[in-house]
Design a protein around this ligand. Sequence first.
Ligand SMILES: [Zn+2]
Length: 447
Amino acid sequence: MLPSDNKSAVQLVVHPAWILPIIPRGEVLSEHSLVVQQGRIAALLPTPEAEQIEAEQHVHLPSQVLMPGLVNAHGHSAMSLLRGVADDAPLLSWLQDHIWPLEAHFVSEEFVADGTDLALAELLLGGTTTLSDMYFFPEVTAQRIQSAGMRAQLVFPIIDVETAWARDSDSCLEKGLALRDDYRDDDLVDVGFGLHATYSVSEATLRKVSTLTNELDAPMQIHLHETRGEVQSAVEATGERPVALLDRLGLLGPRSQCVHMTSLSSEDIQRLVDNNSHVVHCPRSNMKLASGICPVHRLHQAGVNVALGTDGAASNNRLSMLAELQSAALLAKLEQHEATALPAGSALEMATLGGARALGLEDKVGSLEVGKLADMIALDLSGVNTQPLSNIMSQLVYATTGSELTHSWIAGRCLVNEGRLTTLDLNTITARAGRWPEKFRAHQANH
Ligand SMILES: [Zn+2]
């Protein structure tokens, strides 16, 4: 029951067909309801008892499963505008011949606003409630995320080359630290450091970031070991593997999020274990760019926390965390030649609590436990592709198409209601995004 001395009004009671709380592991509740008070989960109760509660709103979801909102731990939202401009190309050619030239010409506040809105709409409709974002003009991204009402970790980009946002890495740090100050007490937006990669940031800059992140106890995210070629080039040039370089410079720690992590030796994995560092696995981007495979099964066995990310829409090309967790589960089995690798329950935990842990938000979100913020989604499992319901977790991981989402709440605020966005105008967003491909084509034709 609700504590009787708690006088504040009950905001919301949700009565779904099932609740998948993630913690306790493997549990699926039926005939239970979830009570929200002041943005937090106040109770999980048998439905007949919850029906009696006086609340501002009761929501009945007779064919839905209620679960924690999905945490997309790595992405570049604004790159949604570049979806489909350069497909079927390997990473370095994709970056150097296609993406970077377009970014050099087009990235601006307007580009970031239009691309971010498009991404946020897709993310919300796909069940993501928390995202991590690394892109230029993060102050614009932060405003867009605030107006959408989503939860985010923004890792401001740090790269040694001049961009439209900053002339060099010192300027990135100056602007990023100012943004971190601006959002110091924000409920929804956290700001951390986003190192592009060890091949695009000098050791001097890495040292500065190490000092700052350690002083500030701030999150740091980096693309690391994205391809075997990246690791080989580093070893040929310096004799040191990228993850060893970070370890030596004090950049591996409990707030470090290493994105991609393919081509890992046992020694590399031991460094992650010793430093309590996190891995963000982006299976669809890795497959599409033929980058390599992150050994999720071995990382889990070693005790490393693994989160899941879509990466940007230019290399995925979807921002669907359901597609991502399905891909992760399938790829882990193939990589390991072992069908028991990354079972459905573990994949779901990776997409929720694993992401929350990586982003330092595990006390707030990632599971439906009393006291946590009411960041949650409802998925309708009555469709033909998820019937019959032999196993809720299996259907979620292996049978969903991404169109099942009906509701999404962040801290108890409804952002998707019966499949419709409540804070974003989809027609305006797609119209604004639709103006860009013609500009890209004209530019590509002239260069
Ligand atoms: Zn990325």
